[in-house]
Write a protein that binds this ligand. Structure first.
Ligand SMILES: *Cc1c(COP(=O)(O)O)cnc(C)c1O
Length: 433
């Protein structure tokens, strides 16, 4: 077979032949031999209501035969207008929606909005604050505000300076808050070569993954800490960006993860689940205050950003249909049921000899395996293959196996996944003894 595709995040020499998926239905994927897989990671955190959901598929088909795409400068279309209204109903403290194509661009837009916001106002605020373990995407801007590590090493010298603060955990809340306060008051030396950018009043924005840092290994922290960090930024006049690309659309048990906080972000980045997992599409929402800073008689003050497919009509149609499915399919009841199932399973394995930590936030559960670091890379492949052989798609992050299923996943399918997980944990415990 000639095979001409270069796959993402894949070492092509050792990866082997990719599984050829020819059909999807509900939480299941079917390969070209007819083998069925339960999609326990919602196809890279995108799918909400199941594969090929007929309501979303029909909405896209209907839109495609009406209007598929139109230039979004000087023109608009009814589906884009309606989706913006629906999204703002869910984020009532925001007033404007800026569309783009994927999570990284939703983040780029928020970063550019915050930098140009201060530029337009003639204020010298240029620095960005982020969590040390953050992941915000793969473009240069979003890489810059993400954890520096193996993903970013080859590009390091082209990434802009960022002030990283510790990622909150169960023990360090006071320390993280103090670190942020010190940074904002100019007491903390950031070690930046740009000395003129140091000191109080130099920060434009604080960006974070609310409550769950996905790519870092489903690291979780409390809404209370986040609420305080947001408040500290607001007091200092620093804009706050919630990257809800993974956590949005019910993932954590609320519509947004920041719905658990009483202090609100100035900008919210949405993608992944926004179309129910059907199409590459994204939105950055913001307050009237941000939007107003770009209004002027001068064209030079407009937001300098846009993509060919900004506001794509098929993406908008899928987005609207996906929001409708929440009501049609009683999605919130399913979410509540998944949360309860996960929570019972988490308790049942908390003291398992192969488990060093189990954590849960809404429909996300992460199991950290007890392994020595040397073993780290091989446990990932071992776990991946163990589950694939048994018809379950998981994609461990190192020694962390997590489940992040489509909300339509059946009770019995989750039970089968838990049973398989327990067998896997037992096999590790036997192997270790
Ligand atoms: C996946 C992800 C992104 C990047 O989204 P892409 O669509 O892959 O570019 C950004 N932020 C978070 C929190 C993510 O999980």
């Amino acid at each position: 077979m000639s095979y001409n595709i270069w796959h993402p995040y894949t070492q092509m020499q050792t990866a082997g032949v990719p599984i050829n998926i020819v059909r999807g239905e509900g939480a299941y994927l079917y390969d070209d031999t007819g083998k069925k897989y339960i999609d326990a990671v919602a196809s890279w955190w995108t799918n909400l209501h199941g594969h090929a959901h007929p309501h979303i598929a029909n909405a896209i088909a209907k839109q495609a035969s009406t209007l598929e795409q139109v230039i979004f400068a000087g023109f608009t279309h009814p589906t884009a207008i309606k989706l913006a209204d629906r999204l703002l109903e869910k984020i009532p403290y925001h007033d404007k929606v800026f569309y783009s194509d994927n999570g990284s661009t939703a983040v780029e837009v928020a970063i550019k909005m915050s930098l140009q916001y201060f530029w337009n106002k003639g204020e010298d605020r240029k620095r960005i604050i982020a969590f040390r373990d953050a992941y915000h995407g793969d473009t240069f801007g979003s890489m810059s505000i993400s954890a520096r590590g193996v993903f970013t090493a080859p590009f390091q010298s082209y990434l802009f300076e960022v002030d990283f603060i510790h990622t909150p955990n169960k023990h360090n809340a006071a320390e993280v808050k103090q670190q942020l306060r010190n940074l904002l008051s100019g007491d903390e030396q950031s070690g930046s070569p740009f000395r003129e950018l140091e000191g109080a009043g130099k920060h434009a924005a604080f960006i974070f993954e609310p409550l769950v840092l996905g790519s870092a290994g489903m690291l979780m922290y409390d809404a209370d800490v986040l609420d305080d960090l947001i408040a500290i930024c607001k007091e200092a006049g620093v804009l706050v960006i919630a990257d809800e690309v993974m956590t949005g659309f019910g993932r954590t048990g609320q519509f947004l993860a920041t719905d658990y906080c009483s202090n609100k972000a100035d900008m919210v980045c949405l993608s992944k689940g926004i179309t129910g997992g059907f199409l590459p599409f994204a939105a950055t929402t913001c307050t009237q205050k941000i939007y107003d800073a770009f209004l002027s008689e001068e064209r030079a003050k407009m937001l300098f950003h846009g993509h060919s497919y900004t506001g794509n009509a098929l993406g908008c149609a899928a987005g609207l249909a996906s929001l409708e499915v929440f009501d049609m399919d009683n999605t919130w009841q399913h979410i509540t049921r998944i949360v309860a199932q996960h929570s019972a399973f988490a308790q049942s394995i908390a003291n398992h000899p192969s488990v060093s930590d189990v954590r849960q936030m809404g429909t996300i559960i992460a199991i950290e395996l007890k392994t020595d670091t040397g073993y780290l890379s091989s446990i990932r492949d071992k776990a991946y293959n163990y589950f694939i052989e048994r018809g379950i798609l998981v994609r461990p992050l190192g020694n962390i196996i997590y489940l992040l299923p489509p909300y339509c996943i059946r009770k019995e399918d989750l039970e089968y996944i838990y049973a398989t997980m327990l067998q896997f944990l037992d096999s590790l415990a036997d192997g270790n003894s």
